[in-house]
Write a protein that binds this ligand. Structure first.
Ligand SMILES: *Cc1c(COP(=O)(O)O)cnc(C)c1O
Length: 495
């Protein structure tokens, strides 16, 4: 593997252990494995775990097949409420929903964060790292709980999450503060998400803190989507969706399909791009955004511009993002693996808040990617439409992908089969989904909304939500935004 901003080469276990390259770039594979149509046909008879083993062993050559197999079984063997792990549900004759929310925290982050702890601890062992791996996370909601659940009681690891005290939903907060385990810490910050995020970045940058951790036998690491170890498990479900379509006869071997992906940090859709580069027959990747539509503008004009761009808080909060970190990996490949060019664009982004790509890069971009965005009203109308017309209940993020796909199909006339990547359970956003299907929410809390959603639609309320109000609160720490390092040290001492 190599960095997007330099020439240093590392093994994939080193890349996973480090997260970010020392030159500030992101690690990318230098060569992609090539899966033939025959090999993909072979996957149609396999379980999700077997498919994952085939794909990961080719993307992660310094891991033995047996150790990957064991890790994959640890990640997906329990904790999912559907034995297919990432089931593909038909919505209409041409459209399918790839449901990535059957894991323990009801959002697609589980697909990667259930496996990452295994990849990280194996990488540590391979590189002679004996210290405890201490994962720090700042979260706006979904990532925090998925990381806590993934690292829960994994030997040799510890996980601490900072969340903005008033910036997460009731269900999201309770999911985090009721987390069990002996190696988890959850701390509320008196501030917003940016305060929590910049506090965590400061801790990562502090030499004093690193020395203190080293003295305690610990080393800090990161679980966010810049880590290649989070990206690679996501490649699997694109192959899996294709294999399922082959298995049920919806497509012929080699036939191209489109994916519509609700996008924030560009990790999920980039994994689809990597699947295509490894041989998956992909037609178009449809990059779907909410009102925070910086990526729509970029794909349409070749200009990425965050200067004076308003930030909207929407009911699809996991896509409320202006700087999509994984776009750097796309720029690197669009430039023909030009590290100098990529570094230049990323420096322009931090100094000018704006960059523009050249015609060659634009042509490559537009050959594969389509895009679009929808506002709040359209998003809610789409949840209502899909429920009325197809009896399919979707969450707010999935609805963005669904509406943008609908626009794309109408404007392009593309007749290929389409897969909507469904990233969260509708029960994670109960009040918004309930009102979108035309029910009165009044002053009901998240839990009352979820109960009513189940009654009205006849869909099953997940146990993780149902049980939440009864679980004991285990994490009560709160800190000022400039006291995060001390809060962390206190939390470690208390255990
Ligand atoms: C994280 C997230 C997204 C965005 O995924 P990216 O990889 O950041 O583009 C979309 N939907 C949900 C529910 C998420 O949690």
């Amino acid at each position: 593997m190599r960095s997007t901003r330099g020439n240093e080469r590392v093994t994939c276990s080193q890349a996973i252990l480090r997260g970010l390259a020392p030159d500030g770039g992101l690690y990318v594979p230098e060569q992609f494995p090539e899966f033939t149509v025959e090999e993909i046909i072979g996957m149609s008879k396999m379980s999700y775990e077997e498919r994952a083993t085939e794909i990961l062993s080719r993307f992660l050559p310094d891991f033995a097949r047996e150790e990957l197999q064991e890790a994959i079984h640890g990640a997906y063997g329990t904790g999912f409420d559907d034995p297919r792990i990432a089931p593909l549900t038909p919505i209409d004759a041409n459209t399918f929903s790839l449901e990535l929310w059957h894991g323990p925290t009801l959002a697609f982050k589980d697909m990667a964060l259930q496996l990452l702890p295994y990849l990280l601890t194996m990488s540590a062992k391979k590189n002679g790292e004996n210290r405890e791996i201490f994962i720090l996370v700042a979260t706006s909601g979904d990532t925090g709980k998925a990381a806590l659940e993934g690292f829960l009681d994994v030997p040799g690891t510890r996980c601490a999450v900072f969340y903005p005290q008033d910036g997460v939903s009731q269900a999201q907060r309770l999911q985090m503060v009721t987390t069990g385990g002996e190696n988890t810490h959850v701390i509320a910050v008196r501030g917003n998400f940016d305060d929590a995020q910049s506090g965590v970045k400061k801790i990562f940058g502090s030499e004093t803190f690193a020395k203190e951790m080293d003295a305690q036998g610990r080393v800090l690491s990161s679980a966010n989507s810049i880590n290649f170890g989070r990206l690679v498990p996501q490649i699997v479900y694109y192959f899996s969706a294709y294999a399922d379509l082959l298995a049920n006869g919806s497509i012929e071997p080699g036939e191209e399909i489109n994916f519509s992906v609700p996008t924030g940090n560009f990790g999920d859709i980039l994994a689809a791009d990597y699947a295509r580069r490894a041989g998956l027959p992909v037609g178009r990747l449809i990059c779907a955004s909410n009102s925070n539509n910086v990526l729509t503008d970029f794909i349409n004009t070749g200009v990425y511009d965050i200067l004076n761009r308003p930030f909207y808080k929407t009911c699809a909060p996991s896509m409320d993002i202006l700087i999509s970190s994984n776009l750097e990996r796309l720029l690197f490949s669009l430039s023909g693996n030009d590290a100098e060019k990529t570094a230049e664009l990323m420096h322009l982004l931090s100094s000018e808040k704006r960059y523009e790509i050249d015609m060659t890069m634009r042509t490559r971009l537009n050959a594969l990617y389509a895009c679009g965005y929808v506002d709040e009203a359209r998003l809610k109308a789409e949840i209502g439409r899909q429920y009325r017309e197809n009896h399919y209940l979707m969450d707010t993020h999935t609805a963005v992908a669904s509406a943008v796909l609908n626009d794309y199909v109408h404007s392009s006339g593309d007749t290929r089969k389409n897969v909507i990547v469904s990233t969260a359970s509708p029960y994670k956003f109960g009040p918004a989904v309930l009102s979108a299907i035309g029910e009165d929410v009044g002053d009901m809390d998240d839990f009352a909304c979820c109960r009513k959603l189940s009654e009205v639609t006849g869909t099953r309320e997940p146990d993780q939500i149902k049980r939440l109000p009864e679980l004991p609160i285990r994490h009560t720490a709160v800190c000022e935004r400039d006291k995060m390092p001390q809060a962390l040290l206190d939390a470690l001492k208390a255990r």
